[in-house]
Design a protein around this ligand. Structure first.
Ligand code: DAT
Ligand code: MG
Length: 152
């Protein structure tokens, strides 16, 4: 068990449909902590860096167009093994394969509008968090009591 951070994006369809609160509520009820949050219209440069592993694939251009089309709510979420745990909560990439009870299984229909992104490994999380947030924007939780401290 490791306390980890992961990047969660409530993608443009989630924000437009008013589902970002539902996504946050599910993560918080699991016991994960939101340690950074930012509503942002992602530009093409950030989108291409974020999705660089998919550069050259047939869906890459439409993926970049979609993620830059409207506001995204970017979150850094912290908790025990949160990278894998949040991916299970999100569900399979293609919502037709996502289990009922997962976010995509409950609310999404198509792979091109699957509501939420979650980092797929601890290394991806470190890389992706640095694309979306400055270190100073991430709140540091004290390890020895319940108080929350602002990082600097
Ligand atoms: P995930 O978002 O589950 O990590 P991924 O990293 O494989 O999935 O792909 C990133 C996003 O790209 C995914 O959420 C939706 C889109 N995508 C992936 N495969 C696709 C495909 N075959 N056709 C259209 N869009 C696709
Ligand atoms: Mg992925």
């Amino acid at each position: 068990m490791a306390i980890e951070q992961t990047l969660i994006l409530c993608k443009p369809d989630a924000v437009a449909r008013g589902l970002s609160g539902e996504i946050i509520a599910r993560l918080e009820r699991r016991g994960y902590a939101i340690v950074a949050a930012k509503l942002i219209v992602c530009d093409a440069e950030r989108a291409k860096r974020h999705y660089s592993e998919h550069d050259g694939k047939p869906f890459f251009e439409s993926l970049v167009a979609y993620i830059t089309s409207a506001p995204t709510l970017a979150l850094v979420v912290e908790g025990a093994d949160v990278v894998d745990g949040s991916r299970v909560m999100i569900g399979a990439t293609n919502p037709t394969k996502a289990e009922p009870g997962s976010i995509r299984g409950d609310y999404a229909q198509t792979i091109g509008r699957n509501l939420v992104h979650g980092s797929d490994s601890a290394a991806s999380a470190v890389r992706e968090i640095a694309i979306w947030f400055e270190p100073s924007e991430i709140v540091k939780r004290s390890t020895d009591n319940d108080r929350w401290l602002i990082a600097n």
